[in-house]
Ligand binder design. Structure first.
Ligand code: ARG
Length: 460
């Protein structure tokens, strides 16, 4: 029994070598060993409790499973392609250790419910680990933001200078995105929290099993309601990959911002040398390779998501071997995202704003033109559209004279709009502009400080 495939009596010929190479998933699904053994132990306890097997047999099986776990953890377990996957590798090893009693373990279950149970347990655990890494990243963002509440930088739209903003406010925009990423993982944890074990191949089982018991013991909220759905769907894996892809996309945007801000043209931030590489030919170079990898890696997450959606599309009910590849996609997605998260934490930590360049660039591109229009609306009772036209004329004038708005004299401004006094001059100060944005969620120092206090409380 221990050396033959389970189906050797039915299938007379040996498995084709090329099929074994592709069909065996042990190289991938061995990552489920812990969940598989945990679920098997709970299943065995339930079989004993329900008097489906004797307590003596149950004890033997559980002992054997524990031994297997420690063998795997010590690196003493030989995973074999010919036994296909983690489930059968463990079952075969159990035969080796305890003999024919091992044959009781697979009573009232199938690999179809077994694999989904393991997979859900793995995704729950890994979602929590991912959330942990996102939280660490948010803490670094918050730390950087705290030090840069009054650091003025040019806010950009269309990559053109738009309005002066606080560097902290910019960083905290990502804080909000990552907060939602966490919620997406949490939502999935809640949605998948039903235990499929006991659904067997697809129809359920005639044994008097206790699914409430196994569900509870494995930390699920309740057993699944429909045995066919239980073995056939992988929506929880799709959700995991979607949440991962979105989070990786947010990291990619942050990395791209940093790459642009670090460019010679912008020169707004620098990185520690540990986050840079040199060039093999150009001696002067310091390239932001880590940021570029983070920017690009999201492609793996998109690929995984697209692949799993395609596997699921049009798949008839219920279980098919197509589903076996779900695990490679999820494991790869998890690895890609968490590598990027860990690297991003270091990257953000190493960012230093070049405050002088930020201030200089915040003054360029007529970034206070809107403030001037707003001033005319508030002080001169013009409509916004009238004020917009006057401000545009002022910008045209400054452009012609090759001057910043802040460098215009009162006399020059009065050429464009007569009825004005020197109070207007402070309107062109970028600090003043930033601080005037006091609407909820805006970039004023007071607002940003308030948000930081709020976030710090939330993070506790
Ligand atoms: N390794 C298989 C998978 O991941 C386990 C389920 C196999 N079930 C089957 N009926 N062939 O999907």
């Amino acid at each position: 029994m221990k050396n033959k495939t389970v189906w050797a009596n039915r299938l007379k010929e040996k498995t084709s070598v090329s099929f074994q190479k592709i069909g065996s998933s042990i190289g991938v699904d061995k990552r489920l060993y812990e969940q598989d053994i945990t679920a098997s132990i709970v299943h065995t306890k339930m079989l004993v409790k329900q008097k489906i097997i004797s307590s003596n047999e149950g004890a033997k099986i559980i002992n054997g499973l524990k031994k297997i776990k420690s063998q795997i953890e010590k690196g003493n377990f030989k995973f074999q392609d010919k036994f296909e996957d983690i489930h059968l590798n463990i079952e075969k090893k159990l035969y080796e250790l305890i003999g024919p009693t091992a044959g009781f373990l697979h009573t009232a279950r199938s690999r179809n419910d077994q694999v989904v149970t393991d997979f859900k347990l793995w995704i729950k655990k890994s979602s929590r680990e991912t959330i942990g890494n996102i939280i660490s990243l948010m803490k670094i963002l918050l730390k950087k933001a705290e030090k840069n509440v009054d650091t003025v930088m040019p806010g950009l739209t269309h990559l053109k200078n738009a309005q002066p903003i606080s560097f902290a406010h910019y960083l905290l925009s990502y804080f909000e995105m990552f907060k939602r990423d966490i919620k997406r993982f949490e939502n999935n944890i809640k949605l998948l929290d039903e235990c499929p074990l006991g659904s067997a191949a697809l129809a359920g089982t005639s044994y008097k099993i206790d699914r409430n018991y196994t569900s509870k013991q494995l930390g699920f909220k309740k057993p699944t309601n429909n045995s066919i759905d239980s073995v056939a769907d992988r929506d929880f894996a799709v959700d995991f990959l979607y949440a991962s892809a979105l989070c990786a996309m947010h990291l990619s945007r942050l990395a791209e911002d940093f790459i642009i801000y670090n460019s010679n043209a912008f020169n707004l931030i620098s990185f520690d040398d540990s986050m840079l590489t040199g060039s093999s030919i150009m001696p002067q170079k310091k390239n932001p390779d880590p940021a570029e990898l983070i920017r690009g890696r999201v492609s793996l997450n998109y690929g995984n998501l697209n692949s799993i959606l395609t596997i699921m599309k049009g798949l008839p009910m219920s279980y098919f071997k197509d589903l076996q590849d779900d695990k490679k996609l999820v494991f790869d997605g998890y690895d890609a995202l968490n590598d990027s998260l860990i690297l991003s934490i270091e990257l953000i930590n190493s960012v230093k704003p070049n405050k002088k360049s930020m201030l200089k660039m915040a003054n360029e591109g007529y970034t206070t033109a809107t403030d001037f229009a707003d001033y005319l609306v508030k002080e001169k009772k013009l409509t916004f559209r009238e004020a917009y036209v006057i401000s545009a004329k002022l910008v045209n004038y400054a452009e012609k004279k090759n001057k910043l708005l802040i460098d215009l004299s009162l006399k020059e401004i009065m050429k464009i709009y007569k009825n004005i006094d020197k109070k207007v001059l402070k309107i062109f100060d970028v600090n003043n502009s930033m601080n005037s944005k006091r609407s909820y969620g805006g970039t004023s120092i007071a607002n940003v400080k308030m948000m930081i206090r709020k976030y710090k409380k939330e993070m506790k």
